[in-house]
Design a protein around this ligand. Structure first.
Ligand code: PHB
Length: 168
């Protein structure tokens, strides 16, 4: 698919933005959104769709520095998607969870298909989120969060693409 190159940006984000200008107020409001980003996007278009670029198990050696943010494990479930608002690429998303955490309700993460992650993550009470860290990839904003569904650790990285409403 033609927007897949954005996926490679997800591992080139500069985390911690101490030496760059902070986001303006409207952008910060997007970046610090505590609820479902899919739901928020849905208020700005008719239809949100997901294209899965990569999904499956990867060995620990394939995830690099992110391993420090997750429980140690031999393998991790990786999901990388492009989210579209009315056919325009708005966000690149990358989810990582240790294979050992894919038990109980979390097993459902392996069969989301083209359903947005948020539909699962925000299906009940607001999930516990340990932090939101901001980052940049050139002029694009990114954020990452560690969610703690049932005490497990799910690392979600989101890169806001040029057509995303937060740049308007
Ligand atoms: C996903 O379905 O993997 C997904 C959806 C929306 C996001 C991030 C990830 O904001």
């Amino acid at each position: 698919m033609k927007h897949d190159p954005y996926i490679s940006f997800l591992t080139s984000i500069q985390w911690g933005i101490d030496d760059t200008p902070p986001p303006d107020v409207a952008q910060a409001d997007w970046l610090l959104e505590q609820g479902s980003m899919t739901r928020r996007f849905e208020q700005h278009c008719r239809q949100v769709t997901i294209h899965r670029c990569r999904e499956g198990y990867v060995p620990a050696s394939a995830i690099g520095r992110e391993m420090a943010l997750l429980p140690a494990c031999d393998s991790y479930w990786l999901r990388e998607v492009i989210l579209y608002g009315d056919g325009k690429p708005w966000l690149a998303g990358r989810t990582l969870i240790a294979a050992s955490d894919l038990v109980g309700a979390e097993w459902a993460l392996t069969s989301l298909g083209d359903q947005p992650l948020g539909k699962w993550l925000f299906r009940g009470d607001v999930p516990v989120r340990d932090y939101i860290q901001l980052g940049k990839m050139n002029s694009l904003w990114a954020r990452r969060s560690c969610f703690r569904p049932s005490g497990k650790s799910l690392l979600l990285t989101e890169l806001f693409l040029p057509d995303a409403p937060l740049y308007r």
